[in-house]
Write a protein that binds this ligand. Structure first.
Ligand SMILES: [Zn+2]
Length: 629
């Protein structure tokens, strides 16, 4: 039994929760009615529903539960029974998070309200509806005994997630949450943070049908869980197995040509065909088995192959209809089979391989570089800047990578950045070079960035915002915010170019050079995203994705530095011509330095000194982006 403290659940309750499990409560109390309920009458817990519900009981020590399930099988009813149990037996503050606010409203109106109306033990457990009473709205219901409330929100809403402490966090369809709630960050983390005060008796449920492999939150959570799959016995040989769809050759569904509705199941043990009418008995005798039993977090996984509402024949019919397009096949895999969809994607160059090819640079700016640009990624607590040297055919050298820590709303970080933007970078020939164009991400703190770039456009320091899709890397014209110009850059093209180039193995056109001393984290960020092919109305559409927890600032900084090179092209720079001129200048300079160092009174430092007055970018054209052309 759990230790019980009065202060945990409020003074209104004077007795500890009854020793009753969630499934016992549902079997004894819950009544199903209403349009949304497929079945009517007294709730009856099915064998595969019992364990997922009972780990939510106060007597079970777990704090987090993972439900990876096909549609209409486990998730919603488990959450509803748990909400009923909480209201009746063990009240506390509840937060239910759905992907969108509309989903939260629908759940409240179509499922939660009817449950409280039709289940006798729940009647009167929610404050009565009065007009303009904030104690009972669609998204916020105060429990009548004052010991808690049920609040619902969409994952997109930072205000809904940043509420007072909650004891029960029910996170539904987590794979459909946005990456960030507004600008506040991961909605799951935001909700989980709210449970901190209830460390000893909280319950967090993460539930979802899965989506895309590598970008799925439920997959990440499942990996940490104890991974319980539902095993059912073959009625012929008795072997316990997890039902799978199969490919028609081994275990799984098989059907006579043209008759998918007659599908049967081929046993993994005896290879015998099991007719559909034996499924119910198999499921009745089934049991969960954990693949990772040392985890304290119960995780449950179920597909519709065990569903009492759908025959194997119906699943086969749905499959044949779904396989006509990648979009519908993905929906079938996700919602019927509860499997992850693995998109065709390009494998980026391995971060370790890039780390291993770091090379010593003979100078701050090695030979071959003719133009230097910079890209700056803006985070709340730091700037990340890459300085890139470009040579013939866009062969590139990563000259520096700087993390400038500090609150970006304060001047210090920008002073630091200004120093780096204005610094001289010494070329192998001794020639000092400067950054001739820079792009700073204004997608996150636009006002702060625009204030910095506003007076620096003549130095080609541009505020830029990344745009996904088909856009060109550099736009034809600037966009404006409150009269201040900034540039929308086509990051997908920039990423595609970089990822193609990271695969080039030999120095030459397009090759990317990195200096010794760059760490693995840098290369992991640089290669964090993958290019997938998604299908929209049957047409392939490239899409970039990164795993939920991966960082990608190095990739963004490189894209912005590359966009800065494109800003120069848009101003009229011809890279090949420029490289020729630069090479000539370097050769002339080297000859002069040789004859100078031959003279006894001269030293190398004196030889470099006059260079400071040389124009650093004599042939880089200027363009007035903001004139009335
Ligand atoms: Zn068998």
């Amino acid at each position: 039994m759990q230790p019980f403290l009065m202060s945990e659940i409020g003074a209104a309750v004077v007795l500890p929760p009854r020793e009753i499990t969630v499934s016992q409560w549902a079997d004894e109390n819950r009544v199903l009615t209403g349009a949304a309920a497929a079945e009517r009458g007294q709730w009856h817990t099915r064998p595969y529903q019992r364990e997922p519900m009972d780990v939510l009981s106060p007597s079970h020590p777990c704090r987090q539960v993972v439900l990876w399930s096909a549609a209409q099988l486990l998730k919603t009813e488990t959450l509803l029974n748990f909400i009923g149990f909480i209201a009746d037996i063990d009240p506390g503050p509840v937060l239910v998070v759905e992907p969108r606010t509309e989903d939260a409203k629908a759940l409240s109106k179509d499922r939660i309200a009817p449950m409280f109306r039709n289940t006798p033990s729940l009647r009167g457990k929610i404050a009565p509806v009065k007009s303009r009473d904030s104690n009972n709205t669609t998204l916020h219901k105060v429990l009548a005994n004052g010991a808690g409330h049920i609040t619902l929100t969409g994952a997109i809403s930072p205000s809904g997630l940043a509420m007072r402490p909650i004891r029960y966090a029910l996170l539904d369809e987590v794979d459909r949450y946005p990456a960030s709630a507004g600008s506040e960050g991961d909605p799951v983390s935001l909700a989980v943070q709210r449970t901190a005060e209830f460390a000893h008796n909280k319950k967090i449920v993460m539930a979802s049908t899965p989506t895309i492999k590598g970008a799925s939150r439920i997959e990440l959570a499942w990996r940490e869980s104890d991974q319980r799959d539902y095993f059912v016995p073959c009625p012929k040989c008795g072997e316990y197995q997890v039902l799978t769809f199969g490919d028609g050759t081994g275990p799984g569904l098989v059907w006579p040509e043209g008759k998918p509705e007659d599908a049967m199941y081929r046993c993994a043990g005896c290879q015998e065909l099991i007719p559909h009418h034996q499924k119910a008995g198999m499921v009745e005798r089934g049991e969960y088995r954990a693949a990772n039993p040392s985890s304290p977090m119960p995780g449950f996984r179920l597909s519709q192959l065990i569903s009492p509402k759908k025959s194997w024949g119906e699943v086969a019919v749905e499959f044949l209809a779904a396989r006509k397009s990648p979009e519908t096949l993905k929906a079938f895999l996700n919602t019927v089979l509860a499997e992850l969809w693995e998109d065709a994607y390009e494998v980026p160059t391995d971060a370790h391989a890039l780390l291993n090819r770091c090379e010593p640079f003979e100078a701050e700016v090695p030979d071959g570089v003719a133009v230097v640009t910079a890209g700056v990624d803006v985070q709340a607590d730091r700037l990340e800047m890459e300085i890139v040297g470009w040579g013939r055919d866009e062969e590139s050298w990563s000259i520096g990578y700087h993390v400038i820590p500090g609150d970006v709303t304060r001047n210090e970080v920008w002073d630091h950045l200004e120093g780096l933007l204005n610094a001289q970078y010494l070329h192998a020939s001794g020639l000092p070079m400067r950054i001739v164009a820079a792009c700073i991400d204004c997608g996150f703190k636009d006002a702060t960035v625009l204030r910095f770039t506003r007076d620096r456009y003549n130095r080609r320091v541009y505020a830029t915002k990344g745009r996904a899709g088909e856009s060109a890397i550099w736009p034809r014209r600037p966009s404006r915010k409150n009269q201040t110009p900034f540039f929308m850059i086509g990051v997908d093209h920039a990423k595609a170019a970089l990822y193609d180039r990271l695969k080039i193995a030999k120095p030459g056109p397009g090759y990317c050079h990195f200096p010794i001393g760059r760490d693995l984290e840098y290369f992991e960020q640089l290669t964090a995203e993958k290019k997938f092919t998604r299908y929209h109305n049957g047409f392939p559409k490239p899409e970039w994705r990164k795993p939920a927890n991966a960082r990608n600032e190095a990739l963004d900084a490189r894209n912005y530095a590359y966009a800065a090179l494109h800003a120069l092209y848009a101003s009229g720079l011809k890279l090949a011509v420029h490289c020729d001129r630069f090479k000539q200048m370097v050769e002339t300079r080297r000859k002069a330095a040789q004859s100078l160092s031959a003279a006894p009174a001269s030293t190398p430092s004196q030889a470099q000194h006059p260079a400071r007055r040389e124009p650093h970018d004599p042939w880089i054209p200027h363009r007035d982006w903001f004139g009335r052309d």
